[in-house]
Design a protein around this ligand. Structure first.
Ligand SMILES: [Zn+2]
Length: 313
């Protein structure tokens, strides 16, 4: 009984601590070790907002004898600084930072890591550089004072893919695509943990502004073939199963079918939006916002396809 009460109290602690941290204007991260030497700072399963300070993407840190391999750095300078402080204080510093893709919730904390290599796929570095100013303007508008002091530092040198040993830790660096034109997934050999970036989402709606659904599904097939022991999605919880893979695959297919059907029925974008996401996925974090974004950003391609069919008929 006593142990149960103590356990419940321990479980309850992080939430008030995080609320107090938010009130102070910092994040109050409580990194969790999900597998030996694999640490996760889990983002809120939400869209970017002042309430979450932009801390929506997952950050993974892999321990090595020389310090941490940091995977993604968050949305703001302060977020980067808090991740860096954890790496310095608990993991012996930073060996290198890997950026999974060019969306800003994954690399706008980079300034705190600029004294060590900041690596990504080549196309990610180019897209980050090309979009830096636009993303910065958008994040300042969305997050306000949380962004103070944030200057985009795009990842620079291109990463070598395939099997790499970084500071003694064996990794498989997989150059994939589909969520964006370049998505880096990382398999940690020691634990079998797959750090998938935004190729995987769990209990949070996938975001699709740069997606190619055919390529994305092909990348999911490749990730499944790795048979990972656990997965860290870009957004959502760690799981010792393929739940993130199964859910992402189903969610992408359902969203695709819904928009194709809406266009074939001759609905307007406003009507398609009002219809809402597929009921099975309506309760995912960041829905219906992500569904609405997918209609507004992707409608024309579905309409083109539907009109081609009508013309051909
Ligand atoms: Zn993301």
């Amino acid at each position: 009984m006593l142990a149960g009460v103590a356990g419940a109290a321990a479980l309850a602690l992080p939430r008030p601590a995080q609320a107090q941290a938010k009130a102070r204007g910092d994040y109050g991260f409580a990194p969790v070790q999900v597998a030996p030497g694999v640490w996760l700072i889990e983002g809120a399963r939400q869209s970017l907002s002042p309430a979450n300070g932009g801390a929506i993407a997952n950050i993974a840190l892999l321990e090595t004898p020389q310090g941490a391999i940091v995977i993604d750095t968050g949305s703001t300078a302060r977020m980067g600084a808090e991740i860096r402080a954890f790496a310095d204080q608990r993991l012996g510093g930073v060996v290198t930072t890997l950026i999974t893709h060019h969306h800003p919730d994954h690399w706008f904390g980079n300034a705190a890591f600029a004294d060590a290599p900041l690596l990504s796929l080549g196309a990610t570095a180019l897209a980050a550089r090309a979009n830096a100013q636009g993303y910065s303007d958008a994040l300042y508008a969305l997050l306000g004072s949380w962004m103070s002091g944030t200057t985009p530092v795009p990842p620079a040198p291109r990463i070598e893919t395939g099997r790499q040993v970084i500071a003694g830790r064996g990794l498989r660096l997989l150059p994939l695509c589909g969520h964006t034109q370049a998505d880096l997934a990382i398999l940690d050999e020691a634990t079998g943990t797959l750090i998938a970036g935004d190729l995987l989402f769990l209990d949070r709606a996938p975001s699709l502004p740069d997606a190619d659904l055919t390529l994305w599904q092909a990348s999911l097939a490749q990730l499944g073939a790795l048979s990972p022991a656990g997965t860290i999605p870009g957004h959502g919880p760690y799981h010792r199963s393929l739940a993130a893979l199964t859910q992402t695959r189903a969610c992408l297919a359902a969203n695709d079918a819904r928009l194709a059907q809406a266009a074939a029925l001759g609905l307007s974008p406003a009507e398609a939006m009002a219809a809402g996401p597929v009921p099975e996925f309506a309760r995912l974090g960041a829905n219906p916002e992500e569904y609405h974004r997918s209609v507004s950003q992707r409608w024309s391609s579905y309409e083109d396809r539907a009109l081609r069919k009508i013309r051909a008929a």
